[in-house]
Every structure is written in structure tokens, then in C-alpha cells.
Design a protein. Structure first.
Length: 383
């Protein structure tokens, strides 16, 4: 029953070979910058390209400070630490997310609390967040939000911009402000996505990006911490550089730090990729429009953007009629060498998280049963 869709995808990408879910395109200065890095011998975590990449990401996103890390999970980990997440505190996040969010909370010794998502964004639901906070929490005289059920402080809230579609971040920020929670944006998938003309990552106290090989631009493996707070930025750079005090030859460390800085070699690739991002975004928009139009012509629901948002369409999403149709589509497309994927198993359903608190998960479970991610690379002939 999916023959028409398979034919459409093959026509869209112009090949009868394997079609991946998302692959990188190298169309600019990638080789030149990589070779230049080798010539300088500065291939590790110090070098001109790291500084230039950070500066250009800051300029592109409009966020004042950018600190490059080895991957997006490392950026999340440090973002949580900078927000004050320590052993024994709680962090609210969405259940429909990649496992890196939960893992980073656990790295800090914290406890995730899972709330539902919004069907119209696939991101954290401000209504679910508000209801959980109003029913279970209070801000005490010490200024902290306390969970009355567990007796623990809730320090932060992590919202993800799922598949590059911005969440209702202003509404979520209002909820967080009302309960003195630090807002952290997981913008791993949303470089090039905007909400009310501000780039994702702008609203949070701190946020993170990913440049994994499957992202809209890649450094091979890499991430970025974003913040508008100068003090947080300085501490982020310090703690990700093993907390080494500046000195020409002494090795003195004043905090427990992390060896999380992005190598210059990777940054050179990222800088070249960033120079091409508008071409990637234009091509991906054409892919998204082609999918949406095909869906309208063939009684298939593709996920579309929420008003006042400009997504990067990192991945295009089909919402099937039920779980059975989802599973059949996954089987048929992959059998025909077209990569499609379901969404992640919701975090509250993983054995490692079943003891953590959660809200009702009506939208999360409805979407998890129906989402199919389809091939979404930018078109080769458009770059």
C-alpha cells in the first residue's frame, strides 16, 4: 500500500539506490579548511577554527556567547551543571525526546520528571508543565521550587525543539519564571529554526546544539553551548577545558572540570558547513513542501509548522492513522531500501526511568504510536 510513497521518494531524490534518513552534504570549503588545519598542526582543542566557529554560530543564532563542545550531550551536561543541577535535585523535561536529555540529568545526579508534549509542536506542553507545577509544587521562602510529593527541589526545565520544529517556548518560559525554574533549551536538532523571529536557544538561560553527522550541519561529532549570560559563558569555557587556570606552563585546576572542548579539526569542518547553511535550509524547505503537497494529494498527514515559527525541517514527519499503519509503513519502506524511523521510545517507558515521576502522557503516547520519520536530506542538485 506504500508503493506510491516509495516511488515519490525515489523521484524526489533521483535514485534507485539506498536513501538514508539524513546524510551530510559537503559542497563548500570543507576540504580546504581541513587541509589548512592539518598544515597548522593545530588539530586538537586549541586553534583558530574553534574560535571562528564559535563566533559565527553566535552571529548566526543571535545568542551572545557560544562555547564549542565535543558533542551535543556534553553541551547538555554542562548546561545542566551551569543551571545548578546537582545530586538529589529534580529537572522537568518531556518524555518524547532523545535519551541524551535524561542521561545528562542522571550524569549530574538529578532526577528527571517527565511531562507530556504538545501535539501541535511535538515539544514540551506548557499546559502539562503548568498543571504539574500548580498541582504538586510550591515556591518557598528560600526562592526555590519544591516538589511537595518528593520533598526535593526542582531546579530546571529542559525543553526540546523536536525534529527542528520550535516549541511554544515563550509560554514555557512564563511557566518556568512563575516557579523560579531555570529554562534550558535542547536545540540539538534546530539550528536554523526560529520562533517569533528569534533563533531557538535564545530564550533559555542556557541551551545546546548538536553537530552530529546526521544534523543539518556537521562537525563529524560536536556540540555547542549557547547563552546570553557572560558569566555563564566564561564558566562554560573554563569547565569544559578541564577547569585549567590560564598559565603558559603550569597545570593548575580550580574546579572538577571536563575535557569537553571541540577539536580544531572538527571546528574547521563545521565552519565550512555553516557557510552553506542557507543553501541547506532552502533545499530542505523544498523537500518539506514537496512532502506536504504529496500528503495532501494522497490523504497522508505530514507534520506542519506551528504559527509564528520557522522550522529548519531537519526531519519530515508522517503522522499515520494508528500504530499498525506505522509499523507496516516502517517495514515496507525499509524493505525497499528507504530509511524511515519511528520516534524514540518515550523516556517514561524505558526501564531505566520507570521510577521517575511523570504526568499523564496522552499526547506523548499518541504521537509515539504514529510518527514515522522519512528521508529528509537536502537535495544534491540544489546545493
Amino acid at each position: 500500500m506504500f508503493e506510491d510513497f516509495i516511488s515519490f521518494v525515489r523521484d524526489l531524490y533521483g535514485t534507485n539506490d539506498h536513501i538514508p534518513l539524513h546524510e551530510p552534504r559537503f559542497i563548500g570549503n570543507e576540504k580546504n579548511y581541513l587541509l589548512d588545519t592539518l598544515d597548522t598542526t593545530f588539530v586538537s582543542s586549541v586553534g583558530e577554527y574553534v574560535d571562528r566557529f564559535e563566533q559565527k554560530i553566535s552571529e548566526y543564532t543571535g545568542v551572545k556567547h557560544a562555547i564549542a563542545t565535543v558533542n551535543g550531550t556534553a553541551a547538555l551536561h554542562i548546561s545542566l551543571k551551569l543551571a545548578g543541577v546537582v545530586e538529589g535535585v529534580e529537572v522537568i523535561t518531556q518524555s518524547l525526546t532523545f535519551v541524551a536529555v535524561s542521561n545528562a540529568i542522571h550524569y549530574c545526579g538529578g532526577y528527571p520528571i517527565y511531562v507530556d508534549v504538545d501535539k501541535s509542536t511535538m515539544g514540551l506542553s506548557h499546559e502539562s508543565l503548568k498543571n504539574f507545577l500548580q498541582e504538586n509544587c510550591e515556591v518557598r521562602d528560600d526562592g526555590y521550587c519544591w516538589n511537595k510529593l518528593t520533598g526535593r527541589k526542582i531546579i530546571a526545565c529542559v525543553v526540546m525543539h523536536t525534529f527542528g520544529f520550535p516549541s511554544r517556548i515563550k509560554d514555557i518560559k512564563n511557566c518556568c519564571d512563575n516557579f523560579n525554574l531555570k529554562l534550558i533549551e535542547d536545540s540539538a536538532e534546530s539550528l536554523g529554526s526560529f520562533y517569533n523571529e528569534k533563533h531557538t536557544g535564545w530564550y533559555g538561560q542556557v541551551s545546546s546544539l548538536s553537530f552530529n553527522g546526521n544534523k543539518i550541519i556537521t562537525t563529524g561529532g560536536g556540540g555547542m553551548i549557547l547563552t546570553n549570560d557572560e558569566n555563564i559563558a566564561k564558566k562554560a569555557k573554563h569547565i569544559t577545558t578541564t577547569a585549567k587556570k590560564e598559565h603558559k606552563w603550569n597545570f593548575d585546576h580550580d574546579l572538577v572540570g571536563f575535557n569537553y572542548r571541540l577539536p580544531n579539526l572538527n571546528a574547521s569542518l563545521g565552519l565550512a558547513q555553516l557557510e552553506c547553511i542557507e543553501k541547506f535550509l532552502d533545499s530542505k524547505l523544498k523537500v518539506a513542501h514537496a512532502y506536504i503537497q504529496w500528503g495532501k494529494d494522497n490523504d497522508t498527514d505530514f507534520f506542519e509548522k506551528f504559527p509564528d515559527t520557522k522550522p529548519n525541517y531537519w526531519l519530515n514527519i508522517i503522522i499515520t492513522k494508528d500504530k499498525s499503519e506505522r509499523d507496516l509503513m516502517l517495514e515496507e519502506t525499509n524493505k525497499n531500501d528507504i530509511s524511515t524511523r519511528p520516534v524514540w521510545i518515550p523516556m517514561h517507558q524505558l526501564e531505566i526511568n520507570k521510577r521517575n515521576a511523570k504526568s499523564e502522557m496522552v499526547n506523548t503516547e499518541w504521537l509515539a504510536d504514529r510518527i514515522v520519520c522519512v528521508p529528509s536530506s537536502s537535495l544534491k542538485n540544489e546545493n
